[in-house]
Design a protein. Structure first.
Length: 203
């Protein structure tokens, strides 16, 4: 038997792409993000998801609640393993400001060795998300689970499944409100879809 995992990136917050949200508090979905979350929830209905797990950040919890409310599932379960990278003092800063920081440039050049100001590497991120996935896989045979999290966390998990080095992260995209699917069984793991994007409703 296998377990199917849907790794969902949270819907977009306002000004996504202009600053590093990280673990800063008070960052929630704007109007466009809420529309994305509703469209995502509609798309996830056809997947017959059994349970939803979420990062503790506000934007992920809002996205996860959109999925469970439309699917009449139990409330999402918060899993710290799905949390955003601990960027420490970088959180909340604009990318323009960060580009002037040599440590930020090193982080984006060689994440396998660099640490954030929050003292986390991408290998640390990969270790925690893989630990969660393996734990859920061992007790949920045949179930279909949605994990609502962040771009870098999903990239770390995908790199593990595909046997890619952690520094391969720039080679594929994980867009807001996208779905990446893989299955795990006794035989191993297989990626089924990558960065499947939903369309916002037209009405």
């Amino acid at each position: 038997m296998t377990v199917t995992f849907f790794l969902v990136r949270h819907a977009a917050h306002d000004n996504v792409g202009s600053f590093l949200a990280g673990r800063a508090t008070g960052i929630t979905l704007g109007e466009a993000g809420r529309a994305q979350a509703r469209a995502l929830a509609e798309r996830m209905q056809r997947e017959n998801v059994d349970a939803v797990f979420t990062s503790p950040r506000e934007r992920t919890r809002e996205t996860a609640h959109a999925i469970t409310s439309l699917s009449r599932l139990q409330d999402p379960k918060v899993a710290d393993e799905l949390d955003e990278v601990d960027f420490g003092e970088w959180s909340g800063k604009s990318f323009a400001v960060l580009e002037a920081d040599p440590l930020w440039r090193r982080w984006n050049s060689i994440r396998s060795l660099a640490r954030t100001p929050g003292d986390e590497t991408m290998l640390d991120v990969q270790s925690r998300v893989v630990r969660l996935v393996e734990g859920l896989a061992s007790g949920n045979s045949g179930r279909r689970l949605a994990l609502v999290t962040h771009s870098d966390v999903i990239k770390a998990a995908v790199s593990h499944v595909l046997g890619l080095p952690i520094d391969a992260w720039p080679r594929f995209e994980i867009a807001p409100a996208s779905v990446t699917t893989f299955v795990i069984g006794d035989w191993g793991a297989k990626l089924m879809t990558l960065n499947e994007m939903i369309l916002e409703p037209t009405s």
